[in-house]
Structure formats: C-alpha cells, structure tokens
Write a protein that binds this ligand. Structure first.
Ligand code: SF4
Length: 185
C-alpha cells in the first residue's frame, strides 16, 4: 500500500440548499428539482471536486425548527442588525475553512450563491418594483471579509430560472482552473 495522496485538491463552496432544497423557504421550490438542484450537482459530481456546504443563514435565524417552516421574505425584512450578526458569524466560519484550504496549497474554484435569495444572491433580488441588482446579505458580508483578507475567489450565482446559463458559467471556471493547472505543471 502506498501513501500517495489521491485526494482532489480542488474545492467549491456551495449554498446549503443546493443539496438540501427543504431548507429553502416554503413555496419556492418549484423548478423540478425537489431535493438537490440536479443539473448543477450532476456537473459538480462530473468534475470530481470537493464540495463544501456553506451554512444556511435564513434557517439558522431564530432556530432551525422555525427556520424550516419559514415563508419567503424580502431582503428588507432580513436586513436587520440581528440577521447581519448571524451572517457575520457564518462568514467567519466559512473564511476559516477557505484559509485552511488555501494554506494547504489547494484551490478554491468558486463560491456559489442562489440568485434572488435575500441572503445568498450574487447579483439579483426580487422587489415589488421588479428585479434589482443587489447581492444577498450573507454574500455581501462574505465578499467584504474576503476582500479584507486579500483573498480573490470568483462568485457565481445559480439562477434556477436560467439554469443553462449558470451551468455555462460554472463550466468556464473549471476550464480556467484546468488551464492554470496545465501551465503550472
Ligand atoms: S439562505 Fe442561502 S442557503 Fe439558505 S435556503 Fe436561502 S439560498 Fe439557500
């Protein structure tokens, strides 16, 4: 038996609900994937990459028992000091993992979010005036904290209404990572 390290050196950080749709707010899981967001998961499994599930701020807020029963709310409803505090704690936990991974010489390909989520959107929110360009509160706090640490990682928002586009974006990241690995070797 050899001690050769066969573990994948590549990581991607995923939103909790990507593989656990029951943590989404009630009434918004309606795109045909009821447990995991299958098209994205199939691609990630194909890429043979380590998946790190980030915590779910909305279901943690007020306790998981209540969180699992919650309905959808706007970003304005969530934007309170108490919710930001939870997001800050979860961002610190996430960054600790990222720093450990990077300091071991591994690569974090991307951080994935969920578009239109008041917490995990990368680009878009629904409002009563239509769609606006605004990231979710958890992603905003995580991004700012990463910037302060001088860590650059691409963020990609999964848009369940435009899943093909999201898949193309994710595939591009993998291609970019493969090219840089080839250059290094
Ligand atoms: S807060 Fe984030 S992880 Fe939790 S259900 Fe919403 S998008 Fe998913």
């Amino acid at each position: 038996m050899t001690n050769e390290d066969m573990r994948s050196k590549k990581f991607i950080f995923i939103p909790f609900c990507l593989i656990c749709q029951a943590f989404q707010a009630r009434g918004i899981v309606r795109y045909g994937w009821h447990g995991t967001i299958k098209p994205i998961m199939e691609e990630l499994i194909k890429q043979d990459i380590n998946l790190v599930q980030m915590p779910c701020p909305e279901s943690k807020f007020g306790g998981y028992e209540k969180g699992l029963k919650r309905g959808p709310n706007s970003i304005e409803t969530y934007d309170t000091p108490a919710f930001r505090q939870i997001c800050e704690e979860l961002a610190i936990e996430t960054i600790d993992k990222i720093k450990a991974i990077l300091s071991n010489g591994y690569e974090v390909i991307a951080i994935l979010g969920i578009e239109y989520s008041p917490s995990c959107a990368v680009n878009y929110q629904y409002t009563n005036k239509g769609t606006i360009h605004r990231q979710g509160i958890f992603i905003e706090i995580l991004r700012t904290a990463l910037e302060k640490e001088g860590i650059e990682i691409p963020f990609v928002g999964i848009n369940r209404r435009g899943i093909k586009k999201s898949l193309i974006e994710i595939k591009k990241l993998f291609d970019k990572s493969k090219q840089s690995t080839l250059k290094l070797s």
